[in-house]
Design a protein around this ligand. Structure first.
Ligand code: DX5
Ligand code: ZN
Length: 217
């Protein structure tokens, strides 16, 4: 499958989200970071805003929930119109049940891992998951540098997904740029989130094309 490029609107202008979504019409998904000031030390947006973004976005929404008690809150994001909803493994009591609830609401179901969390507990559940997200920075903020120590985990996840034959997407989020994307693609990721690299570029569409070209090279 060709690489997917999902710009993170965490680096967009929060006073102009519709305008900044229009800038990423050539991307695959818009990555939307939901933070609750508990699971991570930062606060962004919630359901009412996501519902409106889903109505105006030129591309489907890839919602990344960095919130406690995902079991309680995640299904509502699928109902709000997100095409993909990713919750953190560290914030759920029942990942399989929650993934099934998301799929039943028509969304793709993803599970995310902090940089220090092992991927192994997810590897027996791959047929229940549409995506595994390996965080390559500590979640909470854009513009941090890529943690190289996560590469072996990406490789292990890729090997397990290929062995299982589930076609589960492998997403990477944090520090993705022209400098790091080739290395990450070589490790086996096929879905790339990039916030500061895309929205910090002078030509957003050109940056998306450049990242896609490097990932697929
Ligand atoms: C961080 C968020 C990321 C963030 C990535 O917790 O999950 O999606 O926007 O930002 P960059 O691409 O700047 O590292
Ligand atoms: Zn994210």
């Amino acid at each position: 499958m060709p690489a997917l490029i999902n710009p993170s609107i965490l680096s967009a202008d929060f006073a102009n989200l519709e305008r900044d979504l229009a800038k990423i019409a050539s991307a695959d998904f818009a990555h939307v970071d939901i933070m609750d000031n508990h699971f991570v030390p930062n606060l962004t947006i919630g359901l009412p805003v996501v519902e409106r973004l889903a109505q105006v976005s030129p591309v489907p929404l890839d919602v990344h929930l960095m919130i406690d008690d995902a079991d309680r809150w995640a299904p509502a994001y699928a109902e709000a119109g997100a095409a993909s909803v990713t919750f953190h493994a560290e914030a759920t009591q029942a990942p399989v049940r929650l993934a099934r609830e998301l799929r039943a609401r028509g969304a793709r179901a993803g599970v995310a891992l902090r940089p220090a969390s092992p991927v192994e507990p997810l590897l027996d559940l791959l047929d229940e998951l549409d995506m595994v997200l390996v965080m390559t920075v500590e979640p909470g903020f854009g513009g941090q540098s890529f943690i190289d120590g996560t590469l072996p985990k990406i490789r292990r996840a890729r090997a397990a997904i290929d062995a299982a034959g589930t076609g589960t997407w492998l997403q990477v989020d944090g520090g993705v740029s022209r400098d790091t994307i080739r290395l990450i693609a070589d490790a086996g990721a096929n879905v790339f989130v990039a916030g500061s690299a895309v929205y910090g570029a002078p030509d957003v569409a050109a940056e998306i094309a450049a990242l896609r070209g490097l990932a697929d090279a």
